[in-house]
Structures are given as structure tokens and as C-alpha cells.
Design a protein around this ligand. Structure first.
Ligand SMILES: Nc1ncnc2c1ncn2[C@@H]1O[C@H](COP(=O)(O)OP(=O)(O)OP(=O)(O)O)[C@@H](O)[C@H]1O
Ligand SMILES: [Mg+2]
Length: 265
């Protein structure tokens, strides 16, 4: 059974999508069967992997609106796109998804739509990674309801921890009602620049606050990471020797190690 990980932080521009794409690609490069699901109407996760998202025949919008209580009513395979990496598939999104957000509000089982739609995919993948939008919206809630655990990217910047208690409260609320086993997989520090003393302060502050929940891996600020989406490639296919690539490969192996250690315990 695959593990489902949501990449969430309601703060914008902290590295959610960069992490979703490059963690997925790094896991896939290690031959772990991985699916990336884009729950953000901005559509950057799909386009960053080279999927032309403007005119999707079957978009995640249709998936969420048409799935029924039994998980039927949709053909899940029609939403899957292959990528350049053999072990990585993606379910892309686009602007249509912004409409789903509004339509879902009045629908039956509105928090469980993604869960119903993708539960049959769990056995086909080792990891399913969900990229969330920058809001604690119904789309993010759908992701947190189906996820086993959450990864929270924090940008090593001023106010990095601002709003984090709101996110932790939401996770707590969801644990108390819709998904009792939802875990915090880890806090990931992104865009780290060791030359900035502020960045080092943020790392320290995060470690004081969240202890072992903070991943040992720090994702460096690296221009190659910001370039590769415009080529529709994850960093492993764009610049394998870059510091950014090193960062995400190390994150993938840290995640796999944690999972293996948990299995033994
Ligand atoms: N480690 C990094 N080094 C350099 N640039 C980065 C890094 N991580 C992310 N970026 C750049 O920062 C910007 C924001 O990153 P990203 O889109 O991943 O954030 P996000 O949290 O998904 O944003 P949103 O909240 O809008 O969905 C992008 O232009 C991205 O290319
Ligand atoms: Mg994003």
C-alpha cells in the first residue's frame, strides 16, 4: 500500500510545488513508483513536469465533481499522465479547479471527494504526493483527509513561522474528526542560504519549535531549481549535479530511511 503525503502550507511561495515535483522525481529516480497529484488551480506541478495543462481532456476538476460515494462514476486511468521518468505519473490540474472549489461547497461528502477518487490508486504506487494550494481551503482539506502525513515546507525567510500555528490547528482539527491518523511527516526548510545569518536563525527557531520533526536535509537556494519548470523537467533531468538536485535526492533518501525505521519499530 502506497503512502500518501500532502505538501501543505497556506503561505504562498514557500516551495511547496518545487518540493512536490522534485521529491516525487527523486523518489521515482530511485525506482519508487510515484504519483504526483496537483490540487492547486495554478497547475504548476503538472506543467513543471512537461504536461500541457491548458486544455486537459480530463482534469482533476471532473474527477472531484463526478466521483460517487463508492469511488465509481469516474475512470481514474483517464486522469493519469506519464512523465519522462518511468516511475513517475502525474494527475495535473488547471484553472478549472478553481471552479470546483466553489461547486464542492454545497456537495455531499465535500471533504472526501479526493479520498474516494484516489483510494483505488493506493495499491498501484509506493508514494502519492499531493501539491496543495496556498490556502487552508476545501481543496487543501481534501488532501489532508486522504493523506497519511503532511510535509510542511518553510522558507528560510522573515516570518517563516508566521501562520504555522494556524496550519497546525487545522491539522489537529482534521485529526479530531475527518482523518484521525493524519501525521506530521516533517517540516522542510527551503531556499536556505548559509551566508545569511537570518536563514541560520530560522533553522534554529524551527528546530527549537519542532525538534525531530524538522528534516535534517536543508534545501538550498539554487537558481537551477527555479529554472527547470520552464523546461518542463524536474531537477534530476535538468541538472543532476546541482546543489538543488543534491538537496532533493537527500530529502528522498531521508524520507525512505524514516519510513524503513518506522516499519522496523
Ligand atoms: N530552493 C529554491 N531555490 C531557488 N528558487 C526556489 C527554490 N524553491 C522554490 N524556488 C522558487 O520560488 C518560487 C516559489 O516556489 P514554489 O512555486 O515551489 O512555491 P509554492 O509554495 O508552491 O508557491 P504557491 O504558494 O504559489 O503555490 C518559484 O519561483 C520557485 O522556482
Ligand atoms: Mg505551488
Amino acid at each position: 500500500m502506497g503512502r500518501i503525503l500532502a505538501i501543505a502550507n497556506q503561505k504562498g511561495g514557500v516551495g511547496k510545488t518545487t518540493t512536490a515535483i522534485n521529491l516525487s522525481a527523486s523518489l521515482a529516480a530511485g525506482e519508487s513508483k510515484t504519483l504526483l497529484i496537483d490540487m492547486d488551480p495554478q497547475g504548476n506541478a503538472g506543467s513543471g513536469l512537461g504536461v500541457p495543462i491548458r486544455d486537459l481532456e480530463c482534469s482533476i476538476y471532473d474527477m472531484l465533481l463526478n466521483v460517487d460515494e463508492a469511488g465509481a462514476g469516474i475512470d481514474v486511468a483517464s486522469f493519469l499522465h506519464r512523465t519522462e521518468l518511468k516511475f513517475l505519473d502525474v494527475i495535473p490540474s488547471n484553472r478549472d479547479l478553481a471552479g470546483a472549489e466553489i461547486e464542492l461547497v454545497s456537495m455531499e461528502g465535500r471533504e472526501f471527494r479526493l479520498s474516494r477518487a484516489i483510494s483505488c490508486l493506493r495499491e498501484k504506487y509506493d508514494h502519492i504526493i499531493i501539491d496543495c494550494p496556498p490556502a487552508l481551503s476545501l481543496l487543501t482539506i481534501n488532501a489532508l483527509v486522504v493523506a497519511d502525513a503532511v510535509i510542511v515546507p518553510l522558507q528560510c525567510e522573515y516570518f517563516a513561522l508566521e501562520g504555522i500555528s494556524e496550519l497546525m490547528n487545522t491539522i489537529e482539527l482534521i485529526r479530531g474528526s475527518l482523518n484521525p491518523t493524519l501525521a506530521l511527516e516533517g517540516i522542510l526548510l527551503t531556499m536556505f542560504d548559509s551566508r545569511m545569518s537570518l536563514a541560520n536563525q530560522v533553522v534554529e527557531e524551527a528546530r527549537t519549535h519542532f525538534g525531530d520533526h524538522v528534516f535534517k536535509t536543508l534545501i538550498p537556494r539554487n537558481v537551477r531549481l527555479s529554472e527547470c519548470p520552464s523546461f518542463g523537467k524536474p531537477i534530476v533531468l535538468y541538472d543532476l549535479r546541482s546543489k538543488g538536485c543534491e538537496g532533493y535526492l537527500s530529502l528522498a533518501s531521508e524520507l525512505l530511511q524514516r519510513e524503513a525505521a518506522r516499519k522496523v519499530a
